[in-house]
Design a binder for this molecule. Structure first.
Ligand SMILES: *Cc1c(COP(=O)(O)O)cnc(C)c1O
Length: 233
């Protein structure tokens, strides 16, 4: 791996290339730098190199880095599993909460946002591989959850997010991405209140090209930008 700045350039170029190949415009694909376990300094380096959105997984880590000014100049998204008791820590702090998977969570976010006098943008996370170990609403329940957004004026559902099974081969991964795209299009066509469906967040370091080919307009890249995460730290 090169420097963070070289990696960012490489990823942005690769995303642009994949976009063009899919008949889309490079600027229509948003790149989220998944910055978990990387210091504020490293995050700032990525932003200086052209990253416009950062995604964090853990609330405490995000709060520490926020204090250090890690994200200045970029938009902040929450992409990890969100516990009910942490809703107050992310609502209004993040431009987009990508990991909403229950009506209960929607209600809590909406209530908090209304208290702050804002409308919180969220994505519905779909457990596309139906894995016990993963968060996310089941595929066949996603539409029902989207329809529920009408009850919660403090939030707005902007689209869908998924993390397919890590061990899937290319063909299976493609199927998961196609399932997500079809779901995205179906829900969009229903025109539910509070649901706009213009962001399909899928694809990570290993499969973002494929995700873009299947209709992703937001990819989340960690390792490809920051290198391997040091889990022992
Ligand atoms: C870590 C993470 C990513 C990025 O994963 P890489 O394989 O390192 O690119 C994307 N999305 C979520 C939700 C993550 O937690």
């Amino acid at each position: 791996m090169g420097s963070i700045s070289d990696n960012v350039k490489y990823i942005l170029d690769s995303v642009a290339e994949a976009a063009v190949k899919a008949g889309r415009k490079p600027e229509d694909i948003a790149v989220v730098a998944a910055s978990k376990m990387n210091s504020a300094e490293r995050v700032r380096e990525a932003i200086a190199a052209g990253i416009k959105i950062c995604g964090e997984n853990r609330v405490q880590e995000m709060e520490e880095k926020l204090k250090e000014g890690a994200y200045s100049g970029a938009e902040l998204h929450f992409i990890g599993h969100l516990q009910r008791n942490k809703v107050k820590n992310v609502t209004g702090k993040c431009a987009l909460i990508q990991s909403v998977d229950s009506g209960e969570l929607m209600g809590l976010i909406s209530k908090r946002a209304s208290g702050l006098g804002i409308v919180q943008d969220v994505l519905i996370e779909v457990n596309v591989g139906d894995e016990d170990s993963k968060s996310g609403v089941q595929v066949f329940r996603a539409e029902e959850l989207a329809a529920k957004a009408a009850d919660f004026p403090g939030l707005r559902v902007k689209g869908l997010m998924c993390i397919p099974p890590f061990d899937a081969d290319a063909k299976k991964t493609q199927n998961y991405f196609q399932t997500m795209y079809n779901l995205f299009i179906d829900i969009k066509a229903k025109k539910y209140d509070n649901v706009s469906m213009n962001i399909l967040s899928m694809g990570m370091s290993g499969d973002f090209r494929q995700a873009i080919a299947e209709g992703a307009d937001m990819v989340r890249v960690g390792t490809g930008i920051f290198g391997m995460r040091q889990y022992h730290k």
